[in-house]
Design a protein around this ligand. Structure first.
Ligand SMILES: Nc1ncnc2c1ncn2[C@@H]1O[C@H](COP(=O)(O)OP(=O)(O)OP(=O)(O)O)[C@@H](O)[C@H]1O
Length: 335
């Protein structure tokens, strides 16, 4: 049996078609990342799945239960945990009182281990909580009853790096226990670390559902090079090199297919250091001291090409999610 099954789920708010014929399945035991820019429709999907919004068309099943049948949804929810994108608890209650209330409604067989891990300050009223502490309490409430399926809307919002790491390792352990986890995120790195598969939504429509490795292979890396001595620009005329920018840059300029710059072979060339205007794209130097580009080829091939030159520094990082969207799906981004 699948954990989540959406069939043509559509939510029209009137002015905005927030989910347009959304269909996909999440298998039992899978960690599934739901990725998309701001306003793409992630929260709408999640809130519709959980019965907080009625779909305009289509339907979905959670753990085999029809979401549009109230009794079935109530039955399913006993085995589901949920963390909203903005967890809100009674401001006057202490963390402990919030947990007691949740325990009385759905059970708390796992709260001790969760409190050990996430450690929200239980004796203080919620109004004194930081955003991170609210999030920690939200994570505890989502998992405390030992659910089979957990739906999390941007779960690492407000968590510090240590807690993010702890959360990532917790999700991996949950997966090993057979728990299905569906979570939305803006952060490709987070999805990469945690997910088996990813679904990308944009403007209410699913643009791809694929294993996370396949997505990352296609999204490429951002490479920054600093040469110890000038490198001929032709050395980077390699398959898989895109958006080459000569000089110091934070990242390659975003480029939709329609606005690609001057290309020679696999490269797009833009001259100029940080203090030159973006319009100065005419002259291409013969040699490069420093450059940034996106690389979608085999990293070992690139390193072997570069081994002929003396480098002072080289970094290879994941392409930002914005670039993934721009590169593969085009159009205006709002990330
Ligand atoms: N209650 C509502 N009434 C009208 N429009 C809404 C409502 N809720 C959301 N929208 C619109 O629906 C679209 C999808 O919003 P949604 O919150 O689902 O996106 P999201 O992907 O979760 O965004 P974010 O990452 O910023 O949380 C947006 O254009 C949003 O403005």
């Amino acid at each position: 049996m699948t954990a989540i099954e959406l069939e043509g789920l559509t939510k029209d708010y009137g002015e905005v078609l927030a989910n347009d014929d959304v269909s996909f399945t999440v298998e039992r035991g899978e960690v599934f990342g739901y990725l998309g820019p701001n306003g793409a429709g992630k929260t709408t999907t999640i809130r519709t799945l959980l019965g907080f919004l009625s779909p305009t068309a289509g339907t979905a099943r959670l753990l085999g239960h029809e979401i549009t049948a109230e009794r079935e949804l109530i039955q399913a929810k006993r085995r589901i945990g949920y963390l909203p994108d903005d967890p809100s608890f009674d401001e006057g209650a202490t963390g402990r009182e919030v947990l007691d209330l949740h325990a009385s409604i759905k059970g708390d067989e796992r709260s001790d281990e969760l409190l050990d891990l996430f450690d929200p300050p239980l004796d203080r009223p919620i109004r004194e909580y930081s955003q991170g502490n609210v999030q920690k309490l939200g994570i505890v409430t989502a998992f405390m009853h030992g659910p089979d399926l957990v739906i999390l809307d941007e779960p690492t919002n407000g968590l510090d790096p240590l807690l993010k790491q702890r959360f990532a390792s917790f999700v991996r352990d949950e997966r090993a226990r057979g728990v299905t986890i569906f979570f939305s995120s803006h952060i490709l790195g987070e999805v990469r670390r945690l997910c088996d598969r990813v679904g990308i939504i944009r403007d209410g429509r699913i643009v791809t559902i694929e294993p996370v490795e396949a997505l990352l292979d296609r999204s490429g890396k951002v490479v920054r090079l600093k040469a110890a001595e000038p490198i001929p620009v032709d050395a980077l005329d390699l398959p898989g090199v895109h958006d080459l920018e000569v000089g110091q840059h934070d990242a390659p300029a975003r480029e939709s297919p329609e606005v690609a710059g001057t290309r020679h072979g696999g490269t797009t060339e833009t001259t100029g250091g940080p203090d030159e205007s973006a319009a100065s794209t005419s002259a291409t130097p013969d040699t490069i001291d420093e450059c940034t580009f996106t690389f979608t080829g085999n990293v070992n091939d690139l390193l072997s090409e570069l081994s002929a030159y003396r480098l002072q520094d080289c970094s290879i990082e994941e392409a930002p999610l914005e670039d993934v969207f721009m590169r593969f799906y085009g159009g205006e981004g709002d990330v």
